[in-house]
Design a protein. Structure first.
Length: 217
């Protein structure tokens, strides 16, 4: 079942940008399965029981993470994404995998609609924190919805990647593109998550992405 919320005008550029990429993400998941950083993220998530657990997948894309967890025994999932094109592909995968009855999809900016969503046992944010300008609000709302496991990926914190990322940001600003990525203080982000009652239980990385899994308590 799919429930949709209207995407606010301020996020329209992000909607269009990622909707255009939805076919590429679909092909990658269909042909290659999970990306390496996603496999690592799920390795950390699986350190806690997932059977019958409720999943909240923020920035769910074409559904790779939550559909994999549902196939492995999770009870139900909610996928939230700002791009309609991504949700369309996620729904197609859910139907083809026989999981449509276990998942619902919500279109819009998670931080602005968090109060309307139920709490989850496991929350995932794959490559999401670098798409949010107001990271503090995202962390507050998403950790507040998480009962047990909070898993995310973010760009690796090194000088080369920071330079490349900030060059991309400057380019997008220069040409007034509607979608802009963001580089945050990643150590401060970790500290904020811990301050909200979580502890880091798994960490790994790929060439470009840092993988972090936190557990409450």
């Amino acid at each position: 079942m799919n429930s949709c919320c209207t995407t606010p005008p301020s996020t329209d550029g992000t909607n269009k940008f990622f909707s255009r990429w939805s076919k590429t993400y679909e092909k990658q998941f269909r042909k290659k399965g999970l990306a390496k950083e996603q496999r690592l993220l799920l390795t950390g998530v699986r350190e806690e029981p997932i059977a019958a657990r409720k999943i909240l997948d923020i920035g769910c894309g074409v559904g790779a993470l939550h559909l994999t967890l549902l196939r492995e025994g999770a009870g139900e999932a909610v996928g939230v994404d700002i791009a309609q094109g991504m949700l369309d592909k996620a729904q197609e995968f859910a139907v083809s995998m026989g999981l449509a009855e276990k998942v619902s999809y919500v279109l819009g900016d998670f931080a602005g609609m968090a109060d309307s969503l139920q709490d989850a046992d496991i929350t995932t944010l794959d490559k999401v924190v670098c798409c949010y300008e107001n990271l503090d609000l995202l962390l507050e709302t998403s950790t507040g919805k998480t009962r047990r496991v909070y898993a995310l990926t973010h760009p690796r914190d090194n000088l080369l990647l920071e330079f490349m990322f900030k060059t991309h940001i400057a380019f997008n600003k220069l040409f007034r593109m509607k979608f802009r990525p963001y580089w945050h203080n990643w150590q401060r982000m970790r500290d904020q998550i811990v301050a909200r009652g979580f502890r880091l239980t798994y960490e790994n990385s790929t060439l470009a992405w840092q993988v972090l899994v936190f557990t409450r308590g």
